[in-house]
Design a protein around this ligand. Sequence first.
Ligand code: UT7
Length: 332
Amino acid sequence: MADRAPARARILGTGSCVPDNVVTNFDLAKRVDTSDEWIQERTGIRERRIALPGVRTSELCEDAARRALAAAGVEPAELDLVVVATATPDMPFPSTACFLQERLGIRGQMAFDVTAACTGFLYGLTIADQFVSTGKARRALVIGAELLSRIIDWEDRGTCVLFGDGAGAVVLGPSEAQDRGILATRMAADGSFWSILNLPGGGTAHPTTLETVGAGLHKVKMHGNEVFKVAVRSLHEMAEAVLAEAGLDGRDLSLFIPHQANRRIIDAVSKRLGVPVDKVYVNVDRFGNTSSASIPIALDEVVRAGRLSPGDTVLLDAFGGGVTYGAALLRW
Ligand code: UT7
């Protein structure tokens, strides 16, 4: 692993990948008692991507990673650190980061998974930022990747309409200019809210048995209303914290990229922060909630659309099961 002079860490390239298979609200209305109208009105979601059987999370990681590496002009072998944020790993262990390493044909660097649900990508970014900015790593790959379709209860209309599959990646390296890169990050968690969003089975609390599977403990459980309230509060709190650290407020942002869980959550937080509607990026209508992949997919879309110029100020803000929450402020 490299050991060089401290510098601010910067995103050198982005990449993403979503499965081709589109599932619309109308498709879901054939499986559960729901409607396109209800889903759009309550969540803003129109459709989501669902991977076909046999696909693994590490495959999505590889596609997103290769695109980010190409955009950054970095070879896989140059990586010093590989971090994969996921709640849907290929297996409980080894880590999906290790499977990804093998797929990329590299070895020797530190590689591990981060478990922070929908906030996982920002947790990973924060960790990688520490390594890059202190000179301990020169090239770091951070990925958020999920196959949520594998852990959703497709008979529960309260959750199955919300989620989608996908992956997004960034390559980090030291910035040549001290005023460009990751300006501030703030990560937090509050385990007292664990019960509002979780997957209870398959761990040591409820090791997998015929009974746990029969009781559906291997599927996501959520109290949507409570999640909604905690989400708005924590997204707002984290955003304010990083903006204050940089001496900025919501009106100074060039772009706000919040976790894409629900259009109403995004609107409520943007309003509290005073960010104008045209500065808020939304793609939840096309992908639903892809958990840890949602922010890096959105960021990659923005970058590839040419919406960011050097010097732009970008706020990333996430919330997820745990509960976990966090924000990162970037100067592009
Ligand atoms: O990354 C974090 C992950 N989670 C989230 O972000 C979830 C945050 N929460 C939410 O997005 C919202 O709470 C939901 C979209 C999940 C639900 O919206 P809501 O406005 O909070 O609805 P609700 O849970 O209060 O349910 C209202 C009604 C209920 O019927 P009754 O009891 O009033 O007769 C539900 O059974 O809507 C019913 N309902 C549905 N109806 C049609 C729940 N899901 C559906 C559905 N289609 N898919």
